[in-house]
Design a protein around this ligand. Structure first.
Ligand code: OAD
Length: 232
């Protein structure tokens, strides 16, 4: 019999020990900042420079951090598992890729990409963005925005995600509070497909009850432990 498909969903908690703040923990990104001021299309229309500043700071912060043992363990799992491993992340950082993961599904977009609202082109973008920045594809100004899925927008790659989760034998959610839909609903889809479900988090979450099994503790400890259990 072939090995079961593994689907891993990661959230901000997996990058916390690399030094990137989560959203909803104490000192998280949403503390002292209203989501609707920086993370929705209306905010960008109202005050684009404020939104660009928020993401410019976060993009620049990527230069100061490195992947941790949890990202590295998942890259090992992708290389060593004889079956299919699908890595879905809500994170907009690139720490999975820098740890060696090759196929990463970024359902909420990527900080190091820009999207032109004039011509629809997506491109790698490593510098700050401003209203005056020229789109290299269409040559127009005031169109480039971070390629991030904001509240009120539809997450990327949902068809691919639903297909993978619907065929999962093992579904593991790591470092996510499970409060943002549709990522939070994937555990139900996995269960209805017959998957064994595992939550790895440093604490209980509001959705812990939806999972069969829990590993509680820092991702840098619990993720390598779980990966060793699977691949030996
Ligand atoms: P949250 O900030 O909501 O949740 C982070 C989770 O990680 C919490 O459950 C923490 O307990 C856990 N955690 C923190 N440090 C950890 C560690 N060292 N080891 C293990 N677990 C740890 O972040 P997300 O669930 O990723 O969307 O948030 C989901 C989405 O909400 C984000 O993608 C973002 C945000 O609004 C957009 O910006 C579109």
């Amino acid at each position: 019999m072939s090995e079961p498909s593994v689907v891993v969903l990661t959230g901000a908690g997996i990058s916390a020990e690399s030094g990137l703040p989560t959203f909803r923990d104490k000192d998280g990104l949403w503390e002292g900042q209203r989501v609707e001021d920086v993370a929705c299309p209306e905010a960008f229309a109202r005050d684009p420079e404020r939104v660009q500043r928020f993401y410019n700071l976060r993009r620049a912060a990527l230069d100061t951090v490195e992947p941790n043992a949890a990202h590295q363990a998942l890259a090992r799992l992708q290389q060593a598992w004889p079956g299919r491993v699908t890595l879905i992340t809500q994170n907009v950082d690139d720490l999975h890729e820098r740890a060696g993961s090759t196929e990463v599904i970024h359902m909420h977009g990527e900080l190091r990409k820009a999207l032109c609202t004039h011509c629809g082109n997506r491109m790698i973008w490593l510098d700050d963005l401003h209203g005056s920045t020229l789109c290299p594809a269409c040559g127009r100004r005031r169109g480039l925005r971070p390629d991030i899925v904001w509240f009120g927008e539809i997450p990327y790659h949902m068809e691919r995600i639903d297909e993978a989760v619907g065929a999962a034998g093992i579904f593991t959610a790591i470092g996510t509070s499970g409060l943002v839909y549709p990522a939070s609903g994937l555990v139900h889809l996995a269960k209805s497909a017959g998957a064994r479900t595992l939550e790895i988090n440093n604490t209980q979450t509001q959705v812990s009850g939806c999972f069969d099994r829990h590993l509680i503790g820092p991702a840098t400890v619990q993720v390598p432990r779980w990966v060793e259990e699977l691949i030996g």
